[in-house]
Design a protein around this ligand. Structure first.
Ligand code: GAP
Length: 439
């Protein structure tokens, strides 16, 4: 796969997202709001499927990871202990010529304003804290200051003892969480890639210190495998270990899962060996014990943490890009999203050949039967060919057509999105047929 930028692909995805109801600019009727986005009827399904696939792999299929849903609002003490109040900053420069603001570390040339082209017009960089600050309660005094979490991770650290005491887990074990995080990014952009409000999928895996390196390698491999299993093409994804000068102050090893976006390689997920930094910080700041007493060896230790931290919104976007294909079929162009069935918004579309009541009645019944198990669409508008194309464009793996023959032979035509092959399937075997193909 060529690594050249593909801005036309980016435009097509943004266009498809809006046109088909994946992603809308937020508050659009008021002119939009500062790089925030709303997930439409298809986008909410896609995003939910990405999060569910992550949860399935990280929590459901494992006996060593449990879930958590911690609060978004938190007191300053959490962020003091975590280091976010002091360190979660980006270097901000203002162009004195055009007044645009930039993140210095993201500029190609640190002396050149990308907006007006002026050289040497930047102010001295200042550290800009990315956390959103607010007040809990009616009084806006310092005692009421709260922050919206900039990552879900701290919820797992501050609940370490709660989970340890209630779940009967012992290291090595993990706590996983999916949820919204907020960062006042100086330069959000590239559609939903970098936004101020986004969703993360993070897991903190607590291990005996001597096992940290081995678990770090395990999670790098395991997380990389997850993307491949869900259909990411191997030439569009890579695992890149950080250089020493890129590592955070607490990390002894970090690797990024990167995806080949239309503008080049960029991060989907970071897997970090965080040592005992977080638990030690919170123990020191809270005065609470955050360690583990091994009942077998009687040894007390602070577990080390391996953290796979992924972005849900960013990953859903990457799946859309990776799935987008334009191809020619019998002289006509078709656009198809070759999404893995687990990620596809709809699994099945039920298409009655005609709107007539004699077909619509049983077709609706069929829809209700399938909708018990899968997210389905029902579409009775326009020609069957156009309906197939519409489902292809949003990645629906199977279309089920109910026609006049179905009334006699009690069978339907099932069309496969990728091969476009059609098969006649008896209605009483349809659920089994689709189940077998979706597994
Ligand atoms: N707890 C570690 C942590 O939060 P991070 O690399 O800052 O690490 C993890 O964030 C993931 O969250 C990133 O790899 C990215 O996918 C997603 N993410 C971070 N900032 C984002 C933003 N402004 N917009 C969308 N996704 C973001």
């Amino acid at each position: 796969m060529s690594e050249d930028p593909t801005p036309e692909l980016f435009d097509k995805i943004v266009n498809l997202s809006k046109r088909r109801g994946f992603v809308f600019p937020s508050a659009e009727i008021y002119g939009g709001f500062r790089s925030t986005y709303d997930y439409g009827p298809l986008g909410v399904l896609l995003l939910r499927n990405v999060k569910d696939a992550w949860w399935r792999s990280m929590v459901q299929l494992r006996d060593d990871v449990v879930g958590l849903d911690a609060s978004i609002l938190g007191p300053p003490q959490i962020w003091e202990a975590s280091g976010h109040l002091a360190n979660f900053t980006d270097p901000l420069v203002d162009c004195t010529n055009c007044k645009m603001r930039w993140r210095l570390d993201k500029l190609d040339d640190p002396d050149l304003c990308p907006n007006c082209g002026q050289r040497g017009a930047f102010t001295e960089p200042r550290a800009f804290n990315l956390m959103f600050k607010t007040h809990a309660g009616p009084v806006e005094d310092t005692g009421a200051v709260a922050y919206l979490r900039p990552e879900t991770a701290q919820g797992m650290f501050v609940n370490f003892a709660n989970v340890l005491n209630t779940s009967r887990k012992r290291p090595p074990f993990g706590i996983a969480q999916v949820g919204k995080s907020f960062r006042n990014e100086i330069t959000p952009g590239n559609f939903v890639f970098r936004t101020r409000e986004f969703e993360q999928m993070e897991m903190e895996f607590f291990v005996p210190p001597p096992e940290a390196q081995q678990w770090y390698e395990y999670w790098c491999a395991e997380r990389f495998r997850w993307y491949l299993e869900l259909g990411m093409p191997a030439d569009q994804i890579r695992l890149r270990p950080h250089d020493a000068d890129e590592l955070s102050h607490y990390s002894s090893g970090t690797s990024d899962v990167e995806f080949l976006f239309p503008w080049g390689w960029d991060e989907l997920e970071g897997i970090a060996n965080r040592g005992d930094y977080d638990l030690t910080q919170h123990a020191n700041h809270s005065g609470q014990r955050l360690d583990y007493l091994d009942p077998v060896t009687n040894e007390r230790y602070v577990p080390h943490v391996i953290e796979p931290a992924a972005g849900a919104t960013r990953t859903a976007f990457a799946f859309l890009i990776a799935a987008y294909v334009e191809e020619e079929v019998r002289g006509e162009q078709r656009t198809v999203l070759r999404l893995h069935h687990r990620i596809a918004p709809y699994k099945v579309a039920v298409l009655p050949l005609s709107k007539k009541a004699e077909l619509a009645g049983p077709a609706k019944e069929l829809y209700r039967l399938l909708a018990e198990r899968w997210m389905c669409d029902y579409d009775d508008t326009q020609s069957i060919g156009r309906r197939y194309r519409r489902q292809d464009e949003v990645g629906t793996p199977y279309c089920v057509t109910f026609d006049f023959d179905s009334l006699d032979d009690q069978a339907v035509t099932v069309r496969d999105r990728d091969s476009m092959e059609q098969e006649r399937v008896p209605i009483d075997g349809l659920v089994d047929y689709i189940s077998a193909h979706l597994n």
